[in-house]
Design a protein around this ligand. Structure first.
Ligand SMILES: Nc1ncnc2c1ncn2[C@@H]1O[C@H](COP(=O)(O)OP(=O)(O)OP(=O)(O)O)[C@@H](O)[C@H]1O
Ligand SMILES: [Mg+2]
Length: 655
């Protein structure tokens, strides 16, 4: 007897639906993606009952003929790819020809569509229930497509039972709509929930989309989340080496390809306790990619508290042939051919942006990497719908992203609280009124003081004139600025200063090492021993005198002198924990950062340490020289501001 039988189309579709259509938001996502692929400029999403009762997505895209609409209900029917090779360079949201038949098999669906074109006089309407076509008829309709999905999972009670509350399903849908709103500022997007208009985003003007994309994104972010967070613009284009490993070993020439990273990230100190406000898009597709998450955290490394996550809306645009989008049933994950390189590049670009924020001299240059090349113009992805983020292959050998600015680089600084009037600097001011003066300024130069206009209201705190008022609680330094009250946590500030000083020493290979009075030995397990053995040269450069003393035994005879009050053995075991967590990828710089961040705290001025006025000025000067002055190495803020307006509100002078 034949036991192995082919499943019916109906069951096959329901199985596919099991993977692709997890919950109502999956339907919304598939329908909206289809509308985007259909070059729509206007999309309306309407839901009722958390999407279980109704999901309706209408667009003004290219529409479908009757035969195409019928064909779209077949499994593996798509207009987006044809051949195997196409899979390697997907530039549309959809490509599997699975979504429509899957949704149709688990709901009651109506497709109303009319092809664009003056000669197309009428459209068609197809009604399907649980995958069975009930009717096909001609119908009047505007150009575009409206797909209505009612009673999701009506024929799969088990799936229906697993759905969460209406409220939960609604919030998933709303979240997805926000992602679309951010990624497509050129799209007029309307979202209606149970008859109530929730969002209505007007379309950005088509001819302005390219030049105004940052502004449009900011506008949409403000509409979605308010204006609370201080955000930094990121906009970089570079080329990177994408030569496949086998080509490298075969000695074939290097292939450089373009990459663009743009969007907004939270300034140092801006964070959330979850990833909720972390939006990452790869070629306009919202994705969850471990490497990118890691790159983001890495960029903020010592500007973020443990357990906190950055706020961002970032778009990574690269050649479609460099990304595999066919690795997840709902296409939520992607894989880069050069994962490690992308991670490194993204992390460096973001870190540079964060540092530039703290360094207005560079900020003025437009927050761009010094090697910003003509690629910027050449590889600019167009946001102008319906254009996909297509990229041309690189023609030049543009330089790679530079290393981050070394900790050793210093800038002219400004003494605080000395004078109320900004002093002319020997360097070009980044913006009027910036309060900077070279350290060697002379009396003679001082006589040339010229008042300058005030800094803009959103200028970073350390660039506005601060007048010292006193010390609160023997810990907080109080200053006034023209914008309000400024408080500095002297412990956190000192920690940051020390951290960067020690980092500079490690970068220059000048770590002071101190001989232990008594050497100690540690015996490790096989795996740990091999991990440590591999890193011995790095340890030595960091001033850690660790030597092999047997197969699994190591001898420690010296430690960096900034490490105090901890047994050498405990120190090595802690370090091993870090190594195990980070794996072999932990670089010397990472290791130094980790080490120094955890030890600079002990060395920093402790709370209640009284510092005199001269020391305060010195501390503030040093803080201004830091690459990331606004947070301590653990991500706590060093400096905060209570605005004039907040004070007035508290005293009820304004409402
Ligand atoms: N809103 C729409 N406007 C115009 N054509 C559409 C629309 N929705 C679907 N189609 C057509 O129907 C086809 C099938 O859609 P479906 O979503 O099932 O597959 P896909 O988008 O090609 O791939 P995927 O399953 O990965 O989403 C599409 O390839 C497209 O040609
Ligand atoms: Mg699709």
């Amino acid at each position: 007897m034949n036991r192995v039988k082919l499943l019916s189309e109906q069951v096959a579709n329901q199985i596919a639906a099991g993977e692709v259509i997890e919950r109502p938001v999956s339907v919304v996502k598939e329908l909206v993606e289809n509308a985007i692929d259909a070059q729509s400029t206007r999309i309306t999403v309407e839901i009722a009952g958390g999407g279980r009762m109704l999901i309706r997505v209408s667009d003004d895209g290219i529409g479908m003929s009757e035969s195409d609409a019928l064909m779209s209900l077949e499994r593996h029917a798509t207009s987006k790819i044809q051949r195997t090779e196409d899979l390697a360079k997907i530039s549309t949201m959809g490509f599997r020809g699975e979504a429509i038949p899957s949704i149709a098999s688990v709901s009651r669906m109506t497709i109303l569509t009319r092809e664009r074109g003056d000669d197309v006089l009428e459209g068609c309407e197809i009604c399907i229930s649980g995958g069975k076509i009930l009717s096909v008829k001609a119908a009047g309709a505007p150009a575009g497509t409206t797909i209505e999905v009612r009673n999701l999972f009506f024929n799969l009670p088990a799936r229906r039972k697993f759905l969460k509350s209406e409220e939960t399903e609604r919030s998933h849908i709303q979240h997805y709509i926000t992602l679309v709103a951010m990624a497509y500022p050129g799209l007029a997007l309307t979202y209606i929930q149970d008859g109530k208009m929730i969002f209505q985003f007007p379309a950005g003007k088509a001819d302005e989309l390219e030049s105004m994309r940052m502004k449009l994104l900011k506008e949409r972010m403000r509409l979605l989340y308010g204006a609370g967070d201080d955000l930094i613009e990121v906009d970089n284009s570079i080329q990177y080496d994408s030569t496949p490993d086998e080509d490298i070993s075969a000695g074939l020439p290097t292939q450089m390809v373009p990459l663009k990273l743009w969007g907004l990230i939270g300034a140092p100190g801006v964070s959330r306790s979850s990833r909720d406000r972390q939006h990452l898009f790869v070629n306009m597709r919202p994705v969850d990619n471990k490497g990118l998450n890691y790159a983001l955290l890495d960029a903020y490394q010592n500007a973020l508290m443990k357990g906190r996550y950055p706020v961002c809306c970032l778009f990574l645009v690269l050649d479609p042939s460099e990304v595999d989008v066919n690795i997840h049933p709902a296409k939520k994950e992607v894989k880069f051919h050069k994962e490690a390189a992308i991670r490194r590049i993204v992390s460096r670009i973001l870190r540079t942006a964060l540092e530039d924020y703290s360094d207005p001299f560079k900020r003025d240059e437009g927050n761009k990497l010094p090697h910003e090349s003509k690629l910027e113009r050449m590889a600019q992805p167009s946001l102008d719908l319906p254009t996909r983020p297509e990229m041309k292959t690189a023609e030049t050998n543009a330089p790679a992203v530079p290393e981050s600015r070394p900790y050793t680089q210093s800038l002219p600084f400004s003494p605080i609280g000395v004078k109320n009037v900004p002093i002319k600097s020997d360097r070009k001011m980044t913006y009027p009124g910036q309060y900077r003066v070279p350290s060697q300024v002379t009396e003679a130069e001082n006589t040339e003081i010229q008042p300058e206009p005030m800094p803009p209201a959103n200028a970073p705190l350390l660039t506005v004139p601060l007048r010292f008022l006193g010390v609160l609680n023997r810990l907080y330094l109080l200053f006034e600025s023209d914008r309000g009250l400024v408080l500095v946590d002297q412990h956190a500030a000192h920690e940051r200063v020390l951290f960067e000083r020690l980092m500079a020493q490690t970068e220059q290979g000048k770590v002071e090492s101190q001989q232990l009075l008594l050497s100690e030995t540690v015996e490790l397990g096989m795996r740990d021993a091999s991990l440590i053995r591999e890193k011995l040269p790095v340890f030595h450069r960091l001033g850690i005198g660790l030597h092999e003393f047997g197969e699994r035994t190591f001898l420690i005879d010296s430690l960096p002198s900034f490490i105090k009050g901890i047994s050498a053995k405990k120190f090595i075991l802690d370090l091993l924990d870090d190594l195990r967590t980070a794996g072999r990828e932990l670089t010397q710089a990472d290791m130094a950062e980790e080490l120094i961040a955890s030890h600079s705290c002990r060395l920093a001025v402790k709370a209640n340490d009284i510092v005199n006025r001269e020391e305060i000025d010195h501390l503030m000067d040093e803080l201004r020289h830091c690459r990331m002055p606004y947070t301590c190495p653990h991500g706590r803020p060093t400096i905060i501001e209570i605005s004039q307006r907040d004070l007035e509100k508290k005293f009820r002078r304004v409402l």
